[in-house]
Design a protein around this ligand. Structure first.
Ligand code: F6R
Length: 606
């Protein structure tokens, strides 16, 4: 999704503006640009392509000034062209803006402005807004007054930053349903669509709420309510993310670096205070009905949790994809909706949470990004503390979410009397050993996963299969494979095969089986039956299985054997190795791994 940056400083800001949009690249984008006030007026340079490409083509580093705005654009209204890239200048060049979101009534406004003789350079909704500011300024001769006057005319979702040659001392910004955060520096201030825009320079931030605008100078910032125009006191957020974690640290891609971060991420998830887990478990316990909600990977994490709650606390909490939630769940007062979201900004999840809230439901969330919308809109939030996840596809954040839900299921199981204190303690011990265990596994098995990927990277069609909790593991792993390799990979419950999919089976169709430890007798038996169904029909069998499983070993054509691990954590181990498998396959296929085509990190549009 698009990224916004703005800096106002006593020193030149060119280099920091460039770094800030480079730090927002992970969100996914197709063009970028910068606007700076340079003593003569506003200069805009922009083009299609990546930050480095546009920097060198447009000589962005030759721009000068000590206040400026910048943007990475992921096309929504209008194609991927230089004209449509941000920043957008008003007709007379005295105002420039960057904008995230969608101005829903822009067509009408555009037609009116065209009728009045305005010639648009782009087809975007953004250019309409900046010209509304110019128009209002002609009446008011006051930048803030013009900004607010223009805001009155638009509808939709937006975060906007405005720069004007009439006011070299301020940047102006507003937020409505699209995130915007102010970073507080020494003699300089920053604006970002997320904290990665300024994390290198400051750990202090103020998060704008919907319907708030800010006037920002080098030394001060003033936040007010758009409707009442009253100033608001806001608390300062102290960000504890480590910037080192955002660097690739010697790995060729963020994806593999973030997979290798997983022991650390798991530790951080296990360090989240038990009190917060207890509070969430109590919310589940007290609710007449509770639902788990997420989308994409986080939906599959919710599905895994559905199995965990069922087996550990004998409770059924349905997992629903956020985009379908409202269509199927007649949520009512007192019920509980628990959302899972790495970014905390996903449109569908936010939307459904809002509806649930309006219906009187209680809400909770597991979120990674501090200060994000979802983290601030729920009754109880657990910050997963996984640090920045830069690769577009989620790996370490997803693992942390699954572990936090596992901890909640254990706590609820204990509270409900399904687990006595001995088994509760023994599961806690298993969890404590998990970070160390995956650290060893990642190192020992990466070579095997690499080889498996080499053998199979030409396969065009994959079916990923598992039973019980291994079913959502298969679904999530298939999604990972699709995202980074662009290959067809379909996840499904192993028991589905004989109900249709078996007709596809022939040698070139490969299935990847997530085989549970043999101690999980029922799940294991069901998985072996499905493996045999494919074997009999000549399909090619690939699998992950645990040591001592002679049945799986003898049936699979290509397999990676894993050391014995406790049943509780076995699905997580397989999920991590499947992430690696997707990564190495994509590496062989020379895909754009950290930014797969057509995808964005945080999907803030519906
Ligand atoms: C897949 C992936 C996406 C996200 C989904 C939800 O690897 O990352 O499917 O899981 O877009 O995003 P968040 O967790 O930010 O709500």
């Amino acid at each position: 999704m698009c990224g916004i940056s703005g800096i106002i400083d006593q020193k030149p800001v060119t280099r920091n503006l460039l770094t800030s949009i480079a730090n927002l690249e992970y969100r996914g984008y197709d063009s970028c640009g910068m606007a700076m006030l340079n003593g003569k007026g506003i200069e805009v340079r922009k083009n299609t392509g990546g930050v480095e490409e546009v920097r060198s083509r447009e000589k962005l580093d030759m721009m000068t000034g000590n206040l400026g705005i910048a943007h990475t654009r992921w096309a929504t209204h209008g194609g991927v062209t230089t004209e449509n890239a941000h920043p957008h200048l008003s007709q007379n060049g005295e105002f420039a803006i960057v904008h995230n979101g969608i101005i829903s009534n822009y067509q009408k406004l555009r037609e009116r402005l065209i009728g009045e003789g305005l010639e648009f350079r782009s087809t975007t909704d953004t250019e309409v807004f900046v010209n509304l500011v110019e128009e209002a300024f002609a009446q008011k001769n006051d930048v803030l007054g013009a900004f607010l006057e223009a805001l009155k005319q638009i509808q939709g979702t937006y975060s906007i930053v405005l720069l004007s040659s009439h006011d070299p001392e301020h940047l102006y910004c507003v937020k409505q349903d699209s995130p915007l955060i102010i970073g507080l520096g020494e003699g300089c201030n920053y604006i970002g669509s997320d904290i990665n825009a300024f994390l290198e320079h400051t750990r202090k931030a103020v998060v704008l709420d919907d319907g708030e605008f800010a006037v920002i100078s080098r030394e001060r910032y003033e936040i007010s309510d758009v409707g009442k125009r009253e100033e608001r006191e806001k608390s300062i957020l102290q960000i504890d993310w480590d910037t080192e974690t955002t660097k690739k640290g010697g790995f060729s891609h963020y994806m593999i670096k973030e997979i290798f971060d997983e022991p650390q991420t798991a530790r951080q998830a296990l360090d989240v205070p038990q009190e917060q887990i207890k509070q969430l478990a109590e919310m589940f316990q007290n609710a007449p009905h509770a639902y788990l909600m997420g989308v994409g990977t986080t939906f599959f994490i919710c599905q895994m949790a559905q199995y965990l709650f069922s087996s550990l606390s004998k409770k059924y909490f349905p997992a629903i994809s956020s985009d379908e939630f409202n269509g199927v769940v007649p949520v009512s007062s007192g019920e509980l909706v628990v959302a899972v979201s790495q970014s905390g900004e996903t449109f569908d999840t936010k939307f459904s949470l809002n509806v649930a809230h309006e219906m009187g439901a209680k809400t909770a969330a597991i979120v990674n990004v501090m200060g994000s919308s979802i983290s601030r809109m729920v009754d109880h939030v657990i910050m997963q503390g996984s640090g920045p996840e830069i690769c577009v596809v989620s790996t370490k954040a997803a693992l942390a979410q699954a572990l936090l839900l596992l901890r909640t299921a254990l706590e609820l199981g204990y509270k409900e009397g399904c687990l006595d204190s001995k088994s509760f303690q023994s599961h806690q011990k298993e969890l404590e050993s998990f970070p160390e265990l995956i650290s060893i596994l990642l190192n020992e098995k990466s070579g095997f996963m690499r080889n498996l990927a080499r053998i199979t990277s030409s396969v065009q069609n994959w079916i990923f299969l598992g039973c019980g909790i291994y079913y959502p593991v298969a679904m999530e792993s298939a999604l990972k494979m699709k995202e980074v390799t662009y290959l067809h990979a379909e996840g499904m419950p192993a028991g589905f095969l004989k109900h249709g999919t078996l007709s596809m089976i022939e040698e070139s169709v490969h299935s990847l089986f997530f085989v549970p430890p043999p101690a999980e007798v029922d799940l294991h038996n069901r998985t072996i039956i499905a493996i045999e169904e494919i074997k009999t029909r000549g399909g090619t069998l690939v699998g992950l299985y645990f040591e001592g499983d002679s049945q799986a070993k003898s049936l699979l054509d290509h397999a990676v054997e894993l050391p014995p691990v406790p049943s509780l954590i076995a699905p997580f181990v397989q999920m991590i190795l499947a992430q690696m498998f997707a990564y190495y396959t994509a590496l062989d296929l020379k895909r754009n791994i950290d930014k797969p085509r057509n995808l964005a990190k945080s999907v803030t549009v519906g």
